[in-house]
Design a protein around this ligand. Structure first.
Ligand code: UDP
Ligand code: MG
Length: 319
């Protein structure tokens, strides 16, 4: 059986459609399936729609978070609840073409443990966005050693890979990169990013910047090394300027250094503050991780065989 994990945040318009489409495709291909919707603390009628879908289709289940925990957490909750021998993660807005699930499943049957969906094109986006995405992915690619520029969350994972991911103790996770980082026998298929069918994208520029910072710091310590590089560069400048100053002194043309001093003062103090900021960011990450709070909290479940636990807590969610 394949579990289809679908994170959904404010997607009331899409649930019924997505359920019909995915169930239809998998039924036609005679693949045993279950759908696991994870309602990521939506503020609209998403949860009602999921409940309705789970009554209409026996293979549909749903998990509802107590508040919005973000897509990554929703993916992990879905994987934790998945009962299939493999699971595929797909967006609720049908931007990931669902027909590809069948193709992915066939590759899994051939023995691949991870089948990654790779964006053939990135769809429509602004120049700024494309540039920012490029910078972000080149940093992440460097960190993981895998080309991530066209990677997406549309992936099929074998039970082995799922268990490895579920056993990771990290709280702030970047599913896309972590699922490549774990290795396993991997293959890729290309797909075209479709337009969103209904509703709107949940990403604002601010949330994207936060997302980028979180993921860069959880995957690489390059910004910390940057501080050292900056320090070295500054040291070189210092040496040069010191020599100049001493020479001027000896030549007796010292005075009039005020501008230089102001510039140097501003430059060094801003560099120090930026460096402290970067270090602070990593310390904040350590602090967050060490608190050991769960990735998400399940408030409600629907559908047959609901048995999931809130991650990191021993509270069994009541029926
Ligand atoms: N999503 C989520 N939690 C969030 C934001 C988004 O579960 O906090 C889900 C959303 O419902 C959708 C998927 O993640 O199924 C991708 O979101 P979206 O389409 O807004 O992103 P985009 O396609 O624009 O990258
Ligand atoms: Mg989308």
């Amino acid at each position: 059986m394949i579990s289809v994990v679908i994170p959904a945040y404010n997607e009331e318009k899409m649930i019924a459609k997505t359920t019909d489409v995915i169930c239809g495709i998998l039924k036609d291909a005679s693949i045993a399936y279950e759908l696991v919707f994870v309602d990521d603390g939506s503020k609209d009628g998403t949860w009602k729609e999921v409940q309705k879908a789970s009554e209409g289709y026996p293979g549909v289940r749903g998990i509802s978070f107590s508040r919005n925990f973000g897509k990554e957490s929703a993916i992990f909750a879905g994987l934790a609840a998945a009962k299939g021998e493999c699971a595929v993660v797909i967006d609720c807005d049908l931007q990931h073409p669902p027909e590809k699930i069948v193709e992915m499943y066939r590759l899994w049957e051939e023995g691949y443990e991870i089948v990654e969906g790779i964006k053939a094109s990135r769809g429509k986006e602004s120049v700024m966005h494309a540039f920012a995405a490029k910078c972000f992915y080149s940093m992440i690619s460097d960190a993981t050693g895998i080309d991530m520029s066209r990677a997406s969350d549309y992936k099929l994972l074998d039970r082995n890979a799922i268990n490895v991911l579920l056993n990771m103790r990290e709280k702030k996770v970047f599913f896309r990169a972590l699922s490549s980082w774990i290795g396993f026998k991997t293959t890729q298929i290309e797909y075209d990013v479709m337009g969103r069918e209904a509703g709107e994208s949940k990403w604002s520029t601010r949330s994207l910047i936060r997302y980028a910072l979180t993921n860069i710091t959880s995957f690489t310590v390059a910004p910390l090394q940057l501080i050292t590089v900056l320090g070295i560069l500054l040291f070189v400048v210092t040496v040069a300027l010191s020599i100049q100053t001493v020479v001027y002194k000896i030549m007796g043309i010292a005075a009039e250094g005020f501008t230089t001093i102001i510039i140097l003062q501003c430059f060094t103090s801003s560099t120090i503050m930026m460096s402290l900021g970067i270090m602070g960011y990593y310390i904040a990450k350590i602090y967050e991780e060490i608190k050991g709070r769960p990735k998400y909290i399940v408030a409600e479940e629907t559908g047959k065989g609901r048995t999931s636990y809130s991650e990191g807590m021993d509270r069994k969610v009541s029926e």
